[in-house]
Design a protein around this ligand. Structure first.
Ligand SMILES: O=P(O)(O)OC[C@H]1O[C@H](O[C@H]2O[C@H](CO)[C@@H](O)[C@H](O)[C@H]2O)[C@H](O)[C@@H](O)[C@@H]1O
Ligand SMILES: O=c1ccn([C@@H]2O[C@H](COP(=O)(O)OP(=O)(O)O)[C@@H](O)[C@H]2O)c(=O)[nH]1
Length: 468
């Protein structure tokens, strides 16, 4: 079996407590099985970049990480990745910043990752690069002479061509994707947008899964990521989840809980969610004191100004709404800026009669699937889901809404509160079938199956041996 080499910005080292996310568990399992290595950033900074690789092995998973300089983190992670690509790829060109320093830092750090990874890679290894932090890495590895099978997975949306062309040097960046053999997206929509860009801006051609630009043909596929459904079902009936559920229910005093769980990110539509809930409170005074919205929102990317702004905006809206509607014994919004481990989260999801997942754009959104998996089959809650989340392509039995419309959100909350048990069960069953069938192992197989099957002749031609 070929070794798998995973390369991503964040590296999650398995621990005995098992508190890794689903993606990390799936990758760890593949790495364990193939005796592979996970390469990425340690999350630490150093005064001067040394290239020192920190090796570790935890629970049978080998990791190789490097520290970055503060300037690297500023220009690469906070800069090009999260001030330029993230907003642009989430359709927010109003928030995207274009600076040469960011692009320079992004390329420099990708070169650092290429320098780190290339000596660790053997000819038969299969390389899987993840996400927008590392688009040009494959090309940089090819430049170092690697001929391995190489795949890239984008976890965020691919933007429409008309938006992507606002990125300086967009064609140069996209052309680096043709160094990979297979590239993956979560949905057909993101894949379609990629194909459109290649045809319109790169004079490329599309033939089924094959996309050609110049003399390079690669496969571009849609493989929607899933969760470890069984694990989440189990977590939802664990002692920790039960305790958490009890704690929450006791505090609710027979009120109905609506839950939202998101990184504090403008793409998650939290401002619009609060406004939609505000609209519901305005439209339905009869529901006052009967419902509570618990919004869990651990802060994210706090060094980026747009994230500081959304945090300040949400503080203000939550404060204003609670001021306007609260009574001495009722607060309509519980706004919580801390994160919870999976078991506790599962208990919170199960205690909520409505899961409110309303991103403005989202590559997938695993929270939507986790909410479904955590429900009690005998009395499941209702998922209200933005039609702009990748997850909406699979979870068609959610109440699908436009997150920009407070009225639609208000109506959906009202409908969910009144939904009869048999309809709730029917919708939940259909969603759960999808969550269970297209789970995290299915996703891994969907992508790596393609990658492993790549004919090595797909690799760029060997350099001709010098004559004589
Ligand atoms: O690493 P951070 O900057 O703290 O951000 C966390 C992750 O956010 C993004 O997640 C995406 O991947 C999910 C799994 O495929 C998907 O469900 C979601 O829609 C995406 O937003 C980001 O793409 C990851 O690289 C980050 O680690
Ligand atoms: O307090 C929290 C909030 C979120 N999450 C996890 O973070 C992930 C968020 O993934 P999603 O795809 O919804 O969005 P992303 O943050 O990756 O954009 C999910 O697995 C959540 O269970 C968590 O473990 N604790």
């Amino acid at each position: 079996m070929s070794r798998l080499i995973v390369i991503s910005n964040r590296v999650s080292r398995p621990s005995k407590t098992g508190n890794q996310g689903g993606l990390a568990v799936a990758l760890s399992q593949a790495l364990r099985e193939s005796r592979g290595i996970w390469v990425g950033w340690s999350g630490e900074t150093t005064d001067n970049f040394t290239g020192h690789i920190g090796f570790a092995e935890d629970e049978g998973v080998k990791t190789a990480t490097i520290d970055l300089e503060e300037q690297d983190v500023d220009e690469y992670y906070n800069g090009y990745a999260n001030k330029t690509l993230w907003p642009l790829f989430h359709f927010r060109i109003d928030l995207a910043e274009y600076a040469r320093d960011f692009e320079g830092g992004y390329n420099r750090v990708n070169q650092r990752f290429a320098d780190t990874a290339s000596p660790l890679i053997e000819p038969e290894d299969v390389i899987w690069v993840h996400d927008y932090h590392m688009i040009p890495l494959g090309q940089m590895l090819r430049d170092r002479g690697l001929k391995n099978r190489m795949g890239f997975f984008l976890h965020i949306p691919w933007p429409p061509t008309r938006l992507l062309v606002s990125l300086p040097h967009h064609t140069k960046l996209v052309s680096t994707l043709f160094a990979y053999d297979v590239i993956g997206f979560h949905t057909e929509e993101w894949l379609e947008s990629f194909r459109h860009y290649v045809e319109k801006e790169m004079n490329g051609t599309v033939d089924g899964d094959y996309v050609t630009v110049g003399d390079r043909t690669i496969q571009a596929v849609a493989c929607p990521i899933g969760i470890n459904a069984q694990d989440f079902k189990d977590a939802a009936i664990s002692a920790t989840a039960d305790e958490m559920g009890e704690l929450v229910r006791a505090s609710l005093q027979n009120r109905t809980m609506i839950v939202g769980v998101d990184r504090l990110d403008y793409s998650k539509g939290l401002e619009e969610r609060f406004n939609g809930y505000g609209r519901f409170l305005k439209d339905h005074p009869e529901q006052h004191r009967k419902v509570v919205l618990t919004q869990i929102a651990p802060p994210s990317r706090g060094e980026v100004e747009s994230y500081q702004q959304i945090r300040a905006t949400l503080d203000a809206i939550a404060g204003r709404m609670n001021g306007e509607y609260s009574d001495v014994d009722w607060t309509p919004i519980r706004y919580v800026n801390q994160g919870y481990p999976r078991d506790k989260l599962a208990g919170i999801y199960r205690a909520a009669k409505i899961g409110l997942v309303t991103p403005l754009r989202d590559g997938m959104n695993l929270v939507a699937k986790e909410y479904v998996a955590a429900q009690d089959p005998a009395d499941p809650g209702v998922l209200i889901l933005s039609r702009f989340a990748g997850a909406a392509m699979q979870l068609k039995d959610a109440l699908l809404i436009n997150p920009y419309s407070p009225e639609e959100m208000s109506d959906a909350i009202n409908r969910a509160l009144a939904m009869p048990l048999d309809e709730r069960k029917r919708r939940w069953r259909a969603m759960m079938d999808s969550v269970e069938q297209q789970d995290i192992s299915w996703w891994r197989q969907c992508f790596t199956g393609r990658l492993m099957a790549v004919n090595r002749e797909n690799a760029p031609p060997e350099e001709a041996e010098p004559a004589g």
